[in-house]
Design a protein around this ligand. Structure first.
Ligand code: SER
Length: 317
């Protein structure tokens, strides 16, 4: 059996930091090479600094460790991306194409490339958005992910590179903080509640968006990557559903446990982004092809998030 030696690009990020630990458990610590553009002094395992816009630097690490799988998680997200559109496009496309090219020219057999609900725009049905809906993304991040999905399919068809992808909803976890996204409020709100602060929400009360608890997001990623190759029928990116709620619903759920918690709504430019995103997702292709099934809903996620953050902030009631 060939041992998988896995390179993770963006290992310090919201998803990367949690996924890296899970992959270390599955494949053994010595087979996981974590990288990012900044050092993580608490990291337990093999860590290298890597700027993925530098193709030679990626090549060097792939050769040094005989890498045969890559999880490319680094990207500029939806809200931050709107501050510098052309830079965001350059960054996201360059990093992604560098990874695909290095893989094609070396021994890398399998790649994970995350996409997002941001690939959809208001020409798609925004309720129960289907897998094959028309894509007219309104953010640079969404445009780069939609292009990335097509590049992934292109590399699979043309070069046989086994690139697999998920269109993540907003990811919510207690372990790490998101950075620069439109769904970030749904993580921030739990931190405010546990710290005893009131929360100022940058989306209005009624903005429903698809979300997923971190544990489900990680399990989906692993299940997709472990599925037999013949089961992977979608070579752009799979829709993935778990739960949907709006700020008022998550607030009500938190308030059941934090009776004095307060919220005010101060929508900013991120409201315009969220208004064009799906409210719920049809993930029947992921269910059919590799057996996807979420385990967490708003209620079970909320009780876990609050418990874990109470431990973190040492505010156990
Ligand atoms: N969570 C991401 C964002 O808000 C969506 O992929 O940008």
């Amino acid at each position: 059996m060939i041992t998988d030696t896995i390179l993770i690009i963006g290992a310090n990020g919201q998803l990367g930091s949690v996924l890296t630990k899970e992959l270390q458990l599955i494949h053994g610590k010595s087979n996981i090479i974590a990288t990012d553009v900044y050092l993580n002094s608490n990291f337990d395992g093999t860590f290298e600094l890597l700027d993925a816009t530098d193709i030679k630097a990626i090549q060097k690490i792939v050769t040094k460790y005989s890498i045969n799988q890559i999880y490319h998680l680094a990207a500029i997200l939806s809200a931050k991306g709107e501050e510098k559109p052309l830079w965001t496009w350059d960054m996201n496309m360059k990093m992604m194409l560098n990874v695909f090219e290095v893989a094609r020219l070396s021994n890398v057999k399998k790649i994970f490339f995350p996409s997002s609900i941001a690939v959809f725009g208001d020409d798609a049905p925004l309720i129960s958005t289907p897998q094959s809906a028309f894509l007219n993304p309104a953010t640079v991040y969404g445009i780069s992910k939609a292009a990335g999905e097509n590049w992934a399919q292109y590399y699979f068809i043309k070069y046989g590179l086994d690139i697999r992808s998920i269109r993540y909803p907003g990811v919510i976890g207690y372990q790490s903080m998101p950075g620069g996204g439109t769904t970030d409020y749904a993580v921030d709100i739990y931190h405010s509640a546990v710290k005893g602060e009131s929360y100022s929400c940058f989306l209005n009360a009624e903005t429903k968006l698809p979300m997923i608890y971190m544990e489900d997001a990680i399990r989906a990623t692993i299940e997709l990557m472990q599925a037999p190759i013949e089961n992977i029928k979608t070579r752009t990116s799979y829709n993935l559903g778990a739960m949907s709620f709006n700020p008022s619903e998550i607030f009500d759920e938190i308030k059941k446990l934090y009776l004095n918690f307060e919220i005010e709504y101060n929508p900013d430019f991120r409201q315009t982004i969220a208004d064009k995103w799906p409210k719920s997702i049809d993930d029947s292709e992921a269910q059919k092809d590799w057996g996807w099934k979420p385990r967490f809903n708003l209620k079970s996620m909320t009780s876990l998030m609050l418990k874990k953050l109470e431990e973190k902030y040492n505010t156990i009631k």
